[in-house]
Design a protein around this ligand. Sequence first.
Ligand code: 13P
Ligand code: SF4
Length: 306
Amino acid sequence: VPLHLPWIDAINALKKQRGAVIMAHSYQSPEIFHGVADVTGDSLALAQAAASCDSDLIVLCGVHFMAESAKILAPDKTVLIPDLEAGCSLASSITAADVRALRAQHPGVPVVSYVNTSAEVKAESDACCTSANAVQVVEAIAAESGSDKVIFLPDRYLGSWVATRTGIELVLWNGTCEVHEKFTAMEARHTRERFDAKIVAHPECSPEVLAEADFVGSTSAMGRWLEKEKPTRVAMVTECSMADNLRNRFPQVQFIKPCNLCPHMKRITLPNIHAALHDLRHEVHVAPDVAARARAALDRMLAVGR
Ligand code: 13P
Ligand code: SF4
């Protein structure tokens, strides 16, 4: 931490001078999450914060689809991302043309897209969801459209988890998260048996891993579960920073870390956040026609809530 202090102080001073708000996803490194962020949480929390943000300048410390969602929900604000290359294996697994082809194959079937998609893919969708409200959004869209089938994209693991919870038939896409697909059921079982730990997993993990979990939920829901259950020992089967960022909040809990790093999230650093604020870079733009259609899908998600 002492190494980070000069950067943290400089960023916080510049942030004040600019009147900026720094939003950081749960997978940002602790020096960002605890040191400079004003708003922290899961993808849904960041989208909600952007939609109701007072500041004219948002620095989104997360991956590109999160910054795009913030821009779509706060079109009059300047939204900066410290590194434009911070992508996501799910978002890059599908294009708008793929969604149009799926619709042609399944006429009349509504489309729910995970927020881990580009603005162009959102624009082709009836509604978006995050891992925090995927079940609720799929149920709402199926009920509204009167369809017993929903196209759910692009995460096939999140999709199959939603299917088991809703009993709704889902047409899935073959996308996966490169971070969560690496966990194995054996690893989760071994961790529980060896350390007598509770297993908390993100729904982007495979069904075999999720079958071993005591709790499955979004990154914010994980924190709420710990508050409620207060386990002695817990393994966070998700990105590495999750456990690091929760440690201060739960000093009585022992965290076991069977974690994988998200290389895209880790592109965001204190020096590039400082550069973003100093040089007002890199501004995120979404074409107005795409933004308007994507906004409708995001608004339907926000109406469902958490
Ligand atoms: P959350 O919406 O749960 O924060 O997850 C986003 C994400 O990218 C997980 O890999
Ligand atoms: Fe995408 Fe996975 Fe990284 Fe989340 S953890 S941003 S889903 S690659």
